[in-house]
Design a protein around this ligand. Structure first.
Ligand code: PMM
Length: 280
């Protein structure tokens, strides 16, 4: 497959409790410094989030979320970086767009706030529709799939239809299979294996595998059993870079990562090999 440029989205979680970097960037200066670091390392977009979706974490009040993300979005946008805001609230997303964000990253795919679709239509902002069943009313259905790739594709298509119905234009949309969201390790591996089917839906695809738990349980040697205990999130960046490469090879538009350098290098290796192949 020919190399197409896959963008890198670097993550800054301005939260006390995110699983990988919670508590590290809670003050504005530290969060902005982290955003600058990610951009300097090669991130094309810096994704700023103020709400952890980690199971068991409680939602911040809207005002709290605004206070966490808006100063960081505004400072990074003023420095000239492309900023996205990771939020399920239309009002926070709109305020972030006014503060200079160029993309809204909604892990609920619009299910979290009925105002999101109309707001995205009205502002014309780029919008990531992530797959997650977490906000549906039937908890028993959230983790059951007969065909995870097919069901994720069908449910993303339903969300897209609803958004188009609100007047959102197709060019605004990015799809995300939502690895780890209402999905176990087997579902995540299946989605990585079937990513080409998500890409075949015809919209740009973002993949967020970074440091997720399933990447913390890898065999020490091929064929050996998986360890019971996962490695620490910070030890999952090599595995994350491997998923970034696979996602890029499947045609992903962007990958969302906590540590940019390993992914940047993995993508560069592929690019240089492809160039050499073309020059042979
Ligand atoms: N994962 C997390 C948060 N936001 N956004 C998108 N589009 N895709 C993801 O997979 C995703 C996301 C959870 O990870 P974090 O809490 O470390 O940011």
């Amino acid at each position: 497959m020919t190399r197409q440029h896959t963008s890198i989205m670097g993550v800054v979680n301005v939260t006390p409790d995110s699983f990988s970097d919670g508590g590290r960037f809670t003050d504005v200066d530290a969060a902005v410094a982290r955003g600058r670091e990610l951009a300097a390392a090669g991130a094309d977009v810096v994704d700023v989030g103020g709400e952890s979706t980690r199971p068991g974490s409680s939602r911040p009040e809207e005002q709290e979320e605004r206070e966490r993300v808006l100063p960081v979005v505004s400072a990074l946008a003023q420095l000239g970086y492309a900023v996205s805001v990771d939020t399920m609230r239309a009002s926070v997303a709109q305020a972030a767009l006014e503060a200079g964000a160029v993309l809204v990253n909604d892990v609920s795919g619009g299910l979290g706030d009925p105002e999101m679709g109309p707001m995205v239509a009205q502002t014309g902002a780029r919008y990531v529709v992530m797959h997650w069943r977490g906000l549906l009313s039937d908890p028993a259905a959230t983790h059951h799939y007969d065909d995870v790739v097919g069901e994720v594709c069908a449910e993303l298509t339903d969300r897209v239809d609803v958004l188009l119905g609100h007047g959102v234009r197709e060019e605004q949309l990015v799809l995300d299979p939502g690895l780890g969201f209402s999905k176990d390790a087997g579902h995540n591996w299946a989605l990585l294996a079937g990513l080409d089917r998500v890409v075949a839906l015809g919209l740009p695809v973002l993949v967020g595998a970074s440091r997720k738990r399933f990447l913390g349980r890898l065999p020490a040697r091929p064929g050996e059993a998986l360890p019971d205990e996962p490695s620490a999130p910070q030890e999952r960046d090599a595995a994350t870079a491997a998923t970034s490469l696979l996602a890029a090879q499947a045609g992903a538009w962007a990958v969302r990562v906590h540590e940019v350098a390993p992914t940047r290098d993995a993508l560069a290796v592929w690019e240089l090999v492809e160039e050499a192949r073309g020059a042979r």
